[in-house]
Design a protein around this ligand. Structure first.
Ligand SMILES: [Mg+2]
Length: 120
C-alpha cells in the first residue's frame, strides 16, 4: 500500500484528503504544519508528499527544500489557492503543481501519474 503524506494547516482539507485517498486504497499520513510535515516525513517515509504552500510557520516551499536535501527522488506536489505563485514554479524542484480545488479527482490523477512514473 502506497503511503502519502498530506500537509495542510486547514483541518477540513486534511480530512478531505484522508477520506478520499483512504477510500482509494492509500495509506494516509497527515501533518498540520511544515514542522510536523518534516517530522512525519522522517518517521513515516511516505512514497509521495502533497504539501500546502501557505501555512503558518514553516511554509510548503521550505518543506520542499528540506525534503530535497534528503531526497531528490520522492515525488512532491505543492498546493496553493494562490495563483500568483504559479509563474515561479517553472524552475522549482517539485514534480508537480496544482491549484487547490474542491475537485479531488485532479489531485488523485497527478498522484497516480507520479507514482507510476517513479515505477512504484
Ligand atoms: Mg494553507
Amino acid at each position: 500500500m502506497k503511503k502519502i503524506l498530506f500537509a495542510d494547516d486547514e483541518e477540513s482539507i486534511r480530512l478531505l484528503y484522508q477520506e478520499e485517498f483512504e477510500e482509494r486504497g492509500y495509506e494516509v499520513v497527515l501533518a498540520a504544519s511544515g514542522e510536523e510535515a518534516l517530522q512525519q516525513y522522517a518517521d513515516a517515509r511516505p512514497d509521495l508528499l502533497v504539501i500546502d504552500i501557505k501555512m503558518p510557520g514553516m511554509d510548503g516551499i521550505e518543506v520542499l527544500r528540506k525534503v530535497r536535501e534528503d531526497s531528490k527522488e520522492v515525488p512532491v506536489i505543492l498546493c496553493t489557492a494562490y495563483g500568483e505563485y504559479k509563474q515561479n514554479f517553472e524552475t522549482w524542484a517539485s514534480d508537480d503543481y496544482i491549484v487547490k480545488s474542491a475537485n479531488i479527482e485532479g489531485l488523485f490523477q497527478k498522484v497516480e501519474a507520479l507514482l507510476a512514473k517513479k515505477g512504484a
